[in-house]
Design a protein around this ligand. Structure first.
Ligand code: GLN
Length: 486
């Protein structure tokens, strides 16, 4: 069961080869046996998961199953799920039980999927290594001395360790794609607006987008079908007719034009990453694709612009954690102001405070024009670069991350170095474009390398096709981490 694709799991459930209760139980047993070493989960609640599995089995018996009915899916602990503790990786929400379901959780429930548990993450999704979590770092299943990437590190590690067949994540600047790359799994950030942000705890609202992590492009397509959908409760949710994202998975890649941005293949990437990405692009040439050089001249400004815009939005979004409405409240305080100060001083970790300080600064009178407005202008240039590039190509390829998984502790002292982990992923968020990461090799130490595919708006089905044809030809996505083999 553990190595099986979602489509096959669905067929096996329908054929009564095993029940959802057995399948869910098998994953809960794996979590019980292996998660102490990985720390991918913040909360598991076997009773609730198994009750959902029993309901799914009844639904299957009634002949009312949908593709994900009975399939366990782990959810990043940023999604509010009714009755579940929802922490966002923070002390601030350590004991918060959500009174409602996020739109995405509601859609999984309607599909009859089983909530397998809530996965660990960087605090409020701020980070690239999962080391900012209040619940301790997640360990990479390929080498437990290394980080899994972040901020959806728990979800990526859960899939890589075979503790879940699929998981959800969110991506503000790379948080689905970068951990997918570092953990050797597939991850997709959709076009901004396709997946509702209702009930997804906000970090930087104009950049945040939910998406799936799974073992293959084919699995991603199935999970994406469930996640995407219009929701009037999110004012940026797009109203579009439903798509079946797997509809063109097998189409030949003859004639596909791959854009290679020269800015993404310069200095700064490790030799191992370069080698694997070059080999992957050669494989695409063999599959009938052609490559063209494209230019993204504003890309060097992406990281600085992101680190103005994302903290600005975060400083506003996180002002709601004041100790009054919900979440943590300091125990001893003198008056209201002291309560606010102590609550926020104790409830937030260092990285979150750094972002709030930067965000408040760049939005303040006298600095707004110099920083925030300039960053918004850069954002427009980044989007324009992509629009021009897509006149010459169908997809853009690059590494997902400049390096493979680094050791826990290696980058915590240097925030700027940590921020550069997302140098290839952030531009897609600034432009609102979809991006995928798929495994495309292993480095000298046996750690996974990720290939990033960026597509034009709403080209998810085509991107999944591009990823799937490669995966049918290669076996990088089938390689298993040591923990997955336990
Ligand atoms: N690593 C980036 C940051 O820390 C992106 C995080 C994300 O995508 N949530 O902001």
């Amino acid at each position: 069961m553990i190595d099986t694709s979602l489509k096959q799991l669905s067929a096996d459930l329908a054929a009564k080869k095993f029940s959802s209760v057995e399948l869910t139980g098998a994953y809960l047993d794996r979590i019980e046996a292996n998660d102490a070493a990985i720390n991918a989960f913040i909360t598991v609640d076997p009773d609730v998961s198994l009750a959902q599995a029993r309901a799914a089995d009844e639904r299957i018996a009634r002949g009312e199953a949908q593709p994900l009915t009975g399939i366990p899916v782990a959810h990043k602990d940023i999604w509010c799920a009714k009755g579940w503790r929802t922490t966002c990786g923070s002390r601030m929400l350590e004991n918060f039980r959500s009174p409602y379901d996020a739109h995405v959780i509601q859609r999984f429930n309607e599909a009859g999927a089983v909530n397998l548990g809530k996965t660990n993450m960087d605090e409020f999704a701020m980070g690239s290594s999962n080391e900012t979590s209040f619940f301790g770092p997640v360990r990479n299943p390929w080498d437990t001395a290394c980080v899994p990437g972040g901020s959806s590190g728990g979800s990526a590690a859960a899939v890589a360790a075979a503790l879940a067949p699929a998981a959800t994540g969110t991506d503000t600047g790379g948080s689905i794609r970068q951990p997918a790359a570092l953990c050797g799994v597939s991850g997709l950030k959709p076009t901004y607006g396709l997946v509702s942000r209702y009930g997804m705890i906000a970090f930087a609202s104009s950049l945040d987008q939910g998406g799936p992590l799974a073992k293959s492009a084919e699995d991603l397509a199935l999970v994406l079908d469930t996640m995407v959908g219009f929701d009037a409760r999110d004012s940026t949710s797009l109203e579009r007719s439903a798509e079946e994202y797997a509809r063109m998975l097998e189409e030949p890649l003859q004639g596909l034009r791959i854009g290679l941005p020269k800015e993404y293949f310069g200095e700064g990437m490790s030799a191992d990453v370069r080698k694997s990405v070059d080999e992957a692009i050669d494989e695409y040439r063999k599959l009938g694709a052609t490559t063209v050089d494209v230019e993204l001249p504003a890309s060097e400004l992406s990281v600085p612009a992101y680190y103005v815009i994302a903290p600005a939005e975060a400083s506003s979004n996180l002002s709601r954690y004041d100790g009054v409405r919900y979440g943590y409240r300091a125990e001893n305080y003198d008056d209201l102001l002291d309560m606010y100060c102590k609550t926020r001083a104790q409830g937030f970790g260092a990285e979150v405070k750094r972002r709030i300080l930067i965000g408040t600064y760049v939005l303040s009178h006298g600095y707004y024009d110099a920083y925030y407005l300039q960053a918004q202008r850069i954002r427009r240039l980044v989007a324009r670069d992509f629009a021009q590039a897509f006149e010459h190509c169908d997809v853009i390829m690059s590494p997902t991350s400049p390096s493979t998984a680094f050791r826990i502790g290696d980058r915590t002292a240097d925030p700027v170095q940590m921020y550069l982990s997302d140098i290839y992923t952030i531009a897609a968020n600034l432009a609102g474009l979809p991006g995928i990461s798929i495994p495309c090799g292993l480095d000298g130490a046996g750690l996974p390398v990720g290939l990033q595919i960026i597509g034009n708006y709403f080209s998810e089905a085509r991107m999944l096709n591009v990823a799937n044809v490669y995966q049918k030809q290669t076996d990088w996505h089938l390689r298993k981490s040591p923990v997955a083999s336990n």
